[in-house]
Write a protein that binds this ligand. Sequence first.
Ligand code: SAM
Length: 310
Amino acid sequence: MIAGSYYLTPTSDNFFQLIPLKKILYSKESKYQKIEVVETNKGIALILDGLVQIHEDDEYIYHESLIHPTLVSVDHPRSALIVGGGDGCAARELLKDVDIKEITLVDLDKDVIEVSKKFLKKINEGSLENKKVKVVVGDGRKFLEKTRNKYDIIVIDATDPIPSGPSLLLYSRQFYEIVKSKLEDGGAFVTQATVFGSNQYTRIYSTVKKVFGSAICSHSFVKSFGDDWGFVMATKSGKIETREKDEVELWIKSKLRKTPKYLNGETYAANFSIPNEVRKKIEKGSKIIEDSEALRAKTSEASGVWAFEK
Ligand code: SAM
């Protein structure tokens, strides 16, 4: 929401942040969501339904944390599927891996894709027009249900499961079962999983673990999301473990076309370090998310807008 010369956006619980606004570059209600592209004091931001999706200032922390730990866990990944990711930044990171030959990106909203081609080209480095990237407009779940293809990497880079949002059914046991069936042997899966340590996060973790046999938590602080952001990773085989720092450094040198801005052996290890309070929560386990009662962010009583519980 625009508040004078600031953009006001909810983060978690009843927390909000005010981002200094320079210019509104685009604002339109699409078939699925309100799309805004704004220029802030720290660069361009894409905002959907009032929530920051990417901000030039620190989007690389989110995207490198989402993509590279997943890539490093697969030997010679050739194919990748992104569900969501219409901004093109997850595809940009996948394209840095010398082994990746083809990426399919399925985003529901053609307007997000068009807007990202126009306003975010410098940020996504033209990934949406790269010949290795096939862009499909459609629902990611329906696409996965129908496709006969299998992928080495499947990434869920969708909007948060906000009430009546288009991504609710991308965070459930039934959906993760479809994902698992479309992974190649040796393949890996990662999903963005909302605010690290929140009840939603631990429910996503428990649900992924139930389907894949085991799962691993990671997180990195993304200032523009106003919080420590969570990810959950799993593999088709059910075995998943983190790599040693040196191994990650070596992988970066030998497999990536460009040195990451955020990720190295140390930050990789930091992403996988879990504080005791979260460890306790995930060890205890949370309620599995079923399609019939898809995960919902709670509407905050104080502010009247949705918010994630912590
Ligand atoms: N980095 C982001 C974040 O978590 O804040 C995600 C960014 S990306 C722009 C999110 C995309 O998910 C949006 O473009 C939206 O259209 C897409 N999306 C939401 N539900 C979807 C669905 N069911 N199938 C495919 N794409 C979906």
